[in-house]
Structures are given as structure tokens and as C-alpha cells.
Design a protein around this ligand. Structure first.
Ligand code: ADP
Length: 176
């Protein structure tokens, strides 16, 4: 599914983010930037050790913040590592922290003058965020950023399975 927001496109696809050819891909990292399972493990496996070495030098990233490294062996030139919240019932500021993770990632992309960026479904795996809520926050944050700043031309949400893709698609339709 693809929609236009001003001059930018937002595309939902079912797929593997490590294969993306956008200027940057976003990693759903942990605050120690130490790698792990899920999309984080997949990105480090595909990108090779150079990314982890840069992460080690950066050291840490707070929840809701983002840092950038090169893309190592990936096709994407950069990896933006952001840390989404662990879902703990929804009354611990999770929604704002998740929105912040998307916003900060886009701000870093803008600052680096990148034109395209791919996101996974941050916090919607091991961190336990309910899919539809996570999708609504992701999409509304991306859309409001693109309405305000026009520099990023292409945003792709790369969803790993059909259930996640369908959840994002339903929420995107509701937002339009
Ligand atoms: P978090 O800890 O933020 O929840 P996870 O990596 O556990 O992060 O999951 C986030 C989302 O990324 C989940 O929907 C998961 O299915 C998905 N995912 C896992 N591997 C990949 C991949 N290679 N490409 C895109 N998405 C992936």
C-alpha cells in the first residue's frame, strides 16, 4: 500500500528490512546498543561487525532517542538505531516514547540530508506493544512529520509478516 503525503510517499510492504536500498534503515535497538534478537540481530548479521563496533563507541541510547551508524555491508548507507519502549500496560508513557523513537529517527535522517528511510514495527515484537496501537502511533507520527518537513521523499514501513502488514494497513486506512 502506498500513499502520498505532500510530496513524499509512505509505503507499507511485507518484507525483510535488511534487504532495503533506502538511504537509511532503522533498527529497533536496545538501550545498550548491544544487538540481540529480532530485527536488531538480523541487521547486525547482515551488516557485519563494523556496525557493532560503531555502536560500541557510541555506547548507549535512551528510550525514545536515536543514534546513527554507517550501514556496513548493507545496501542502505546508514543504520539509525532507535530504542522503543517496552510495553508495560500503556500507562507508563509508552505512546509518547514510541512516537519519539519515530520522530527522532526522522530528525536524524533530515539532519544527514537523507531522502529515504525504512522502518520496522518498532516495539511490536519482543517489547510487546499491541500491534494496532503501535501501528497507529508509527503512522500518525510519520505523517505529521512529513506534513511539517518536506525533505524526506520516501518512507517505507517494512513489516516482517502478513499479520503485521495487515495491522498497519488497517490503521493507515483509518488515518487517511
Ligand atoms: P522490539 O524489541 O522493538 O519489539 P523486535 O525485533 O522484537 O523489536 O520486533 C520488532 C518488529 O520487527 C516485529 O514486528 C518483528 O516481527 C520484526 N522483524 C524481525 N525481523 C525483521 C526483519 N528482518 N525485517 C523487518 N522486520 C523484522
Amino acid at each position: 500500500m502506498k500513499v502520498m503525503i505532500n510530496r513524499s510517499t509512505v509505503t507499507l510492504i511485507e518484507g525483510d528490512i535488511t534487504k532495503e536500498e533506502t538511504d537509511a534503515i532503522v533498527n529497533a535497538a536496545n538501550s545498550g546498543l548491544r544487538g540481540g534478537g529480532g530485527v536488531d540481530g538480523a541487521i547486525h548479521r547482515a551488516g557485519g561487525p563494523a556496525i557493532m563496533e560503531e555502536c560500541r563507541q557510541i555506547g548507549h541510547c535512551q528510550t525514545g532517542h536515536a543514534v546513527i551508524t554507517t550501514g556496513g555491508k548493507l545496501k542502505a548507507k546508514f543504520v539509525i538505531h532507535t530504542v522503543g519502549p517496552v510495553y508495560m500496560g500503556g500507562d507508563k508513557g509508552e505512546a509518547e516514547l514510541l512516537a519519539c523513537a519515530y520522530r527522532e529517527s526522522m530528525k536524524i535522517a533530515s539532519k544527514k540530508k537523507l531522502k529515504s528511510i525504512s522502518f520496522p514495527a518498532i516495539s511490536a515484537g519482543v517489547y510487546g506493544y499491541p500491534l494496532h496501537e503501535a501501528a497507529r502511533i508509527a503512522l500518525s507520527t510519520i505523517i505529521s512529520y512529513l506534513k511539517e518537513y518536506k525533505d524526506i521523499e520516501k518512507v517505507r514501513l517494512v513489516l516482517f509478516d502478513k499479520k503485521t502488514y495487515d495491522g498497519f494497513k488497517e490503521e493507515l486506512k483509518k488515518l487517511l
